[in-house]
Design a protein around this ligand. Structure first.
Ligand code: C5P
Length: 401
């Protein structure tokens, strides 16, 4: 990964997430980028210009009317200098001004005056983010080709929990690298399945499992940020489509997931099966709600579902196959056995239990392939997803070399 000699204009607008942009400057410069920071007036209330000046090694600009700064590098020159403009954090007000083409301060003027691709990383209270006015502005910007990065969900500075947090600096840096086509998975097509499946018993009941879909969604996002074209096949989950994912297909049953994955796999270089696919389905689905018969036990006959990964690995020219194995015990022996039995290239195994694995935001993984393995210590699913994508990129290249 490199950003050597890339010229990045970082716009900082007013929000508490501005403190994370200090870290972002460091991350971009670590990869060799030249970074110039432009702040809005309200951003300076959160972080001082001197901080960004020290971190970027360049003068920081705030005002359109700063005569000495204009003499050194005029704003039109600065707009031409930039190869990318990233606004992080992008406040609700800044997004509105961009959507409406305002040029009432230096940053909004530069965004209009530059031909460089524009990326915005929104950060605001979840109620503001959900407001139809903000959503309409986002859609306007997206229609114009602006890349919207995030926001993420989680705890907010105001104490609320929800969608509106700025993406972490590392994720923004990865998106920047990917936008130059230098991402670890640049040019590759990645298919991800995620979430549980529901196997209907009758019109009101089903057999499901506790998978939340979060690991798969985090992987889809990490792969997209690493430059891959990502298609996501999702079981029944209530999660927003992650940043950068090109296509999402929602399914319910294992049979539907099987069909959707097989249809998309011909166009994929890599398939990551994180979905917790039901192994069995009711042999018959009742068309009317089953009635309780007092005093009698009920027996359901279950039929075996096809194994998606095994079906894929039986096909000639199949994608690079990554499986998941969630176990309550003997994680590693089962992982090795599944790698062989399902004909996989790589498997990520995890222990499920209290606060980890299913329904949890944290996970820990052992990644196994033919001839090697690596343990990823307990971390959030988004951190693990990025680590897993780095291993995947390396294994994929080694396998195709
Ligand atoms: O054998 P087990 O279900 O534990 O294996 C889990 C892995 O196999 C996951 O990657 C899951 O997506 C995949 N799988 C599948 N089709 C099934 C069952 C599991 O692809 N019917």
């Amino acid at each position: 990964m490199t950003l050597a000699q890339r010229r990045i204009l970082l716009g900082v607008s007013g929000g508490i997430a501005a403190y994370k942009s200090c870290e972002l400057v460091r991350r971009l410069r670590e990869l060799g980028a030249e970074v110039r920071v432009v702040m809005t007036e309200s951003a300076t209330r959160f972080v001082g210009a001197a901080t960004f000046q020290a971190l970027s090694g360049q003068p920081v600009r705030v005002s359109l009317w700063d005569a000495s700064a204009e003499a050194a590098m005029g704003h039109i020159e600065l707009a031409r200098w930039a190869e990318r403009i990233l606004v992080a954090p992008a406040s609700a007000d800044l997004l509105a001004r961009l959507a409406h083409g305002h040029a009432d301060d230096l940053l909004s003027t530069l965004c209009l005056a530059s031909a460089a691709p524009l990326q915005v990383a929104p950060a605001m209270n979840r109620q503001m983010w959900a407001h139809p006015a903000v959503q309409a502005n986002i859609q306007t910007l997206q229609r114009r080709g602006v890349q919207v990065l995030g926001p993420a969900s989680g705890e907010q500075a105001c104490g609320d929990v929800g969608s509106g947090r700025m993406l972490e600096p590392q994720a923004l840096r990865d998106a920047m690298v990917a936008s130059f086509g230098d991402g670890m998975l640049a040019g590759l097509r990645v298919l991800v399945s995620a979430g549980p499946t529901y196997e209907d018993i009758d019109p009101v009941r089903f057999i499901g499992n506790r998978s939340s879909g979060r690991m798969g969604f985090a992987l889809a996002e990490a792969a997209a940020l690493a430059g891959a074209s990502v298609t996501l096949i999702a079981g029944p989950v209530s999660l927003p489509t992650p940043t950068g994912v090109l296509a999402r297909v929602d399914v319910r049953s294992a049979a539907q997931m099987h069909a959707a994955v097989l249809a998309a796999a011909a166009e994929a270089d890599i398939y990551i099966g994180t979905a917790a696919v039901g192994d069995y389905r009711p042999a018959e689905v009742a068309t009317r709600k089953l009635k309780k018969k007092a005093g009698a036990d009920l027996f359901l006959q279950l039929a075996e579902n096809p194994d998606i990964l095994a079906s894929l690995s039986a096909q000639a020219g199949h994608p690079f196959l990554v499986g998941f194995a969630a176990e309550t015990h003997d994680v590693l022996p089962y992982a090795h056995e599944k790698l062989q039995r399902k004909g996989l290239d790589m498997i990520a195994a995890n222990q499920v239990g209290e606060g980890i694995g299913f329904e949890a935001s944290d996970n820990a993984l052992s990644v196994v392939w033919n001839g090697g393995s690596i343990d990823l210590a307990r971390a959030s699913k988004s951190v693990l997803a990025r680590q897993l994508v780095a291993i995947l990129a390396e294994r994929y290249r080694a396998a195709r070399a």
